[in-house]
Design a protein around this ligand. Structure first.
Ligand SMILES: [Zn+2]
Ligand SMILES: [Zn+2]
Length: 320
């Protein structure tokens, strides 16, 4: 078949080149590009995405491009006021230039508006039991918050504010999910358990909206402290996991809910000089000899930690 215009041999009544010259085979609908100047994200479809500005235009153009059904576009080159489309039309390779009109609207995205408006759905509260929060714990907690937010995509994944309070810190977060994730990570890092509570905040369209509080209590004890629960003394072996050892039976035990009897830096040192069934004689670092209840793992010549608790002296092997 010959093209009716130029006479070129082909499969169509009119060849691609002639068609492109005579007919509008493609156009791009005008569009607005909404851009948040605060976080540099762009609205594509219904969601806001952090992408490069030129990539955003590229994507909007592909969305707004309308072409003749037999025009197969392979490449779109974007220029300031036009786009060049390269592809195949009626069997011929063609290049078509179409006008490009769009407006950029600088607005605050929903996330940034909520963030600057102080919006929050959950609070993560970290409290140290019977002590101040340590500087190091504060730093790690802030780092966990920062990292978790940077890994989250959603519109409400932000920190509204934080407050240093007595024995701890409060983080106000944009979503419940974020609060849940952060509190889980913090409790995994430090030990301690998460207590979740909710409070009715408001009603929206007849539905109750809650605010959630995730309270993490950090234990008072540290590794190698001596703790007490129901008159039993334990040495803390893993504060993070809440594990300790009974100093008289050597049994491993869960030490949540215990209180500190002696801090590790208040422990004295000694050596076992004599033993019987129920007691041990210990020579302390000051040269005093004391008799204590026989601890688990006692052997003559073994080094022990020595401490006083409620007017009695105790000892346990340093390698317990
Ligand atoms: Zn032709
Ligand atoms: Zn934004």
């Amino acid at each position: 078949m010959k093209c009716v215009i130029c006479g070129k041999e082909g499969e169509y009544r009119i060849c691609g080149e002639c068609l492109a010259e005579r007919k509008k085979v493609a156009f791009i609908e005008n569009f607005n590009l909404e851009f948040c100047s605060k976080c540099n994200s762009v609205k594509i479809g219904k969601s806001w995405t952090k992408i490069d500005f030129s990539e955003a235009i590229q994507r909007m153009v592909s969305e707004k491009l309308r072409v003749e059904p037999n025009f197969d576009v392979h490449e779109i080159i974007i220029m300031e006021k036009a786009a060049v489309l390269r592809g195949v039309l009626n069997g011929d390779p063609v290049e078509v230039t179409v006008p490009l009109n769009y407006r950029v609207r600088r607005i605050s995205c929903p996330r940034c508006s909520m963030e600057s408006g102080g919006y929050y759905e959950s609070i993560v509260q970290i409290r140290a039991v019977g002590r101040e929060l340590r500087e190091k714990e504060l730093e790690i907690a802030k780092e966990i918050v920062r990292k978790t937010i940077s890994e989250s995509e959603g519109e409400k994944e932000f920190l509204s504010k934080f407050e240093i309070v007595k024995n701890g810190i409060d983080f106000y977060l944009g979503s419940r999910k974020l609060g849940e994730k952060i509190s889980k990570r913090i409790s995994e890092e430090f030990g301690g358990r998460v207590f979740e509570t909710r409070k009715l905040h408001t009603r929206v369209d007849g539905r109750d909206r809650y605010r959630f509080t995730f309270l993490i209590k950090l234990p008072e004890y540290e590794d190698m402290d001596v703790v007490v629960k129901n008159e039993t003394l334990y040495v803390v072996k893993n504060a993070r996991l809440g594990k300790g050892i009974d100093i008289f039976t050597g049994k491993h035990a869960n030490i949540f809910e215990t209180s500190v009897a002696v801090r590790r830096n208040s422990l004295g040192w000694g050596i076992i000089t004599n033993l019987d069934e129920s007691s041990a004689e210990v020579m302390t670092e000051n040269g005093n000899v004391v008799i204590v209840q026989r601890p688990f793992g006692a052997e003559v010549g073994k080094e022990v930690f020595v401490f006083e608790y409620r007017n009695r002296t105790y000892a346990f092997p340093v390698d317990l």
